[in-house]
Design a protein around this ligand. Structure first.
Ligand code: CTP
Length: 247
């Protein structure tokens, strides 16, 4: 997969004429952090959930930009603008470029927490097999979500995900919601990754908790999550006659 060619990330105009532009930025899929020219550290994210949300939102009048990692899945709605990333650093650059022009960010990407320490020489070659133990040095990646959430305006809504062991699901998700400065967080158990279905709880900064009615397909979860977003996003508030937002 080739890296993004440019950092310009177009956010399409709203597809609902005469209405408030509703611009949704979604990140989805895994990151691949190179070990050398041919190997990487990745994770099992398929990107399906973020892609399902992108398709559903595009069909419901949102202008959608999808920052998509290395996965074979793609959105089916041609109105979704897709930009590809491979590494955490590439996603970071795309995210920073696109964030100012969106109303809502949904950060569904499974971003690496650590990446191999590399040099141009290492990235240009291939480690030889040796008959002895081999230690990879890993360095922490920045928390992209916390970074962009710290720059968010009052009229922007930021939604994160928390992939957690089932026994600490709500406690850990609530702590991430506050630590990262989010408006909403989708708490889902580890089993969600690369699965067909999701059973989740959407936690709000206001203390709200909305649970899915059992496990649902990711395609069915998309409208569930979009309803949560639309009930909160300032950009989605009902509009007065002169176009002013009601409070
Ligand atoms: N995230 C991010 N940058 C990272 C790691 C995670 O932006 N380097 C985002 C994910 O996209 C997700 C949220 O942070 O929306 C929570 O990700 P998760 O993997 O559940 O948590 P971590 O922050 O990685 O914390 P931990 O590994 O301790 O659970």
């Amino acid at each position: 997969m080739s890296p993004p060619h440019s950092l310009s990330v177009p956010i399409p105009p709203s597809t609902r004429a005469g209405d408030t532009p509703r611009r949704l930025l979604i990140t989805a899929g895994p990151t691949h952090e190179p070990i050398d020219a041919v190997r990487f550290i990745g994770n099992r994210s398929s990107g399906r959930l973020g892609i399902a949300l992108a398709d559903h939102a595009a069909k419901h009048g949102w202008a959608v930009t999808l920052l998509l990692g290395p996965t074979s899945q793609m959105p089916s709605d041609s109105r979704v603008i897709v930009r590809r990333f491979r590494t955490t650093a590439e996603l970071d650059a795309l995210l920073r470029a696109a964030m100012p022009a969106c109303d809502v960010l949904v950060m569904a990407a499974a971003v690496a927490d650590y990446r191999p320490r590399t040099t141009p020489e290492i990235l240009g070659g291939k480690f030889k097999r040796m008959n002895q133990t081999f230690t990879l040095e890993l360095e922490p990646t920045p928390d992209l979500l916390a970074g962009v959430a710290a720059t968010k305006r009052d009229d922007q809504l930021v939604v994160g995900f928390a992939l957690e062991p089932a026994d600490r699901l709500l406690e850990s998700a609530a702590s991430k919601l506050h630590r990262k400065g989010l408006d909403l967080i989708v708490a889902n158990p580890l089993a969600t990754i690369d699965a067909e279905t999701i059973e989740a709880v959407v936690l709000g900064r206001d203390g709200s908790q909305h649970r899915t009615p059992g496990a649902m397909t990711k395609a069915d979860f998309a409208p569930f999550l979009l309803r949560e977003i639309e009930s909160r996003a300032a950009c989605c508030a009902p509009r007065g006659p002169a176009g002013a937002s009601r409070t």
